[in-house]
Design a binder for this molecule. Sequence first.
Ligand code: FAD
Length: 294
Amino acid sequence: MKPAPFDYHAPKSVDEAVSLLATHGYSAKLLAGGQSLIPTMNFRLAQPSVLIDLNGLLDLASIRPGNDGGVRIGAMSRHAQVEHSAVVAERAPLIHEAMPLIAHPQIRNRGTFGGSIAHADPASELPAVLITLQGRVQARSQRGLRWIEADDFFLGLFTTALEPEELLTEVAFPPLAPRSGWSVQEVSRRHGDYALVGAAALVELDAAGVCQTARLTFFGVGDGPVAAKEAAAALKGAKPSPESIANAAGLAASLDVDPNNDIHATSTYRRHLVRVLGGRTLAAAFARAQGTGG
Ligand SMILES: Cc1cc2nc3c(=O)[nH]c(=O)nc-3n(C[C@H](O)[C@H](O)[C@H](O)COP(=O)(O)OP(=O)(O)OC[C@H]3O[C@@H](n4cnc5c(N)ncnc54)[C@H](O)[C@@H]3O)c2cc1C
C-alpha cells in the first residue's frame, strides 16, 4: 500500500516546526519514528496533506537529569536510547523496566518517547507509566510553552490534550520518594506484541512501613490508561500484606476497569488479567519499597 499524496517539510528547528504547525495544523501530521504513523498512512487510515518531519530536531533527542532529582526526556529520544539511559535507570526505574516491553528492538531503534505518548494507544506502556509516575508533558506552539499534567493529558481513544498546532517537546518526571517501589508487567500473545493487558504500579511507604501512596494503572482495558483509584485507596494508610494486595487487585478488577470484548480477548479474560497482574505488580512494588525485592 502507498500513502495518499502529501507535501513534505523537514524543519531544522523547533521554531520552524511550530510555525509550520501554525500554518497547517489541522491538515498536517508530525512524523517522529513513523512506527505507528506510516502504517496508518499506508493503509490510508490517515491522509494528512502535509507531513512535518521532526527527525532533524536533534535538540529534542536529549535525556537529562532534572534539577528536582527527576528526569526530563526529549520527545525525539528513541525508545532504545531511553532503554539504555543510565539517568533513566537511576531516576525513573519504572520507565527503564517498561522499555523492553515495547515492541521489538528494530521498532525501538526508530520509535520515539514523545511519539508514543502523543499517539496515546490504549495498549501502550508509556501512557500508563506517565500516569503512574505523575509526569508532565511540555507542549510548544507559536503561542508559547505550556505544561500538561499526566492526569489531564489523555482524553480518550488516540486522543490527547495536545492542540493541532502544538508540538510535544519534552516529558518531565518527578523524583521518587524514599522507600518507593515500582513494577510494570503485562501479558501479550507473543513477546513484542502489544499487551492484552498490562499494569504499572508505584508505592511509597513511610518509615514505619505504612503505605503513604499507591498508584496502579492498567493498559489494554479501556480507551486509554486506566488509573485504579479504588484499589489505590484501599491500600493507603495500611501496612501491605498478601491479603491487602489481593483485596486491592480484586477491587481493581471489579470496580476500576470495564474492559470490552474484542478479537484478541474477552472482557472476562481481561478482568481476570487485571486481578492477576494487579496483584503481581503491587507485590513486586511493595517488596522493592521494603528493600526485599530485586
Ligand atoms: C509491530 C509493532 C509493534 C509495536 N508494539 C508496541 C508495543 O508493544 N507498545 C507500544 O507502546 N508501542 C508499540 N508499537 C508502536 C511504537 O512504540 C511506536 O514507536 C509509537 O507508537 C509511536 O512512536 P513513533 O515515534 O513511531 O511516532 P509516529 O508513528 O511517527 O507518530 C505517531 C503519532 O504521534 C504524533 N506525534 C509524534 N511525535 C509527536 C510530537 N513530538 N508531538 C506531537 N505529536 C507527535 C504523530 O503525528 C502521529 O499522529 C509497535 C509498533 C509496531 C510497528
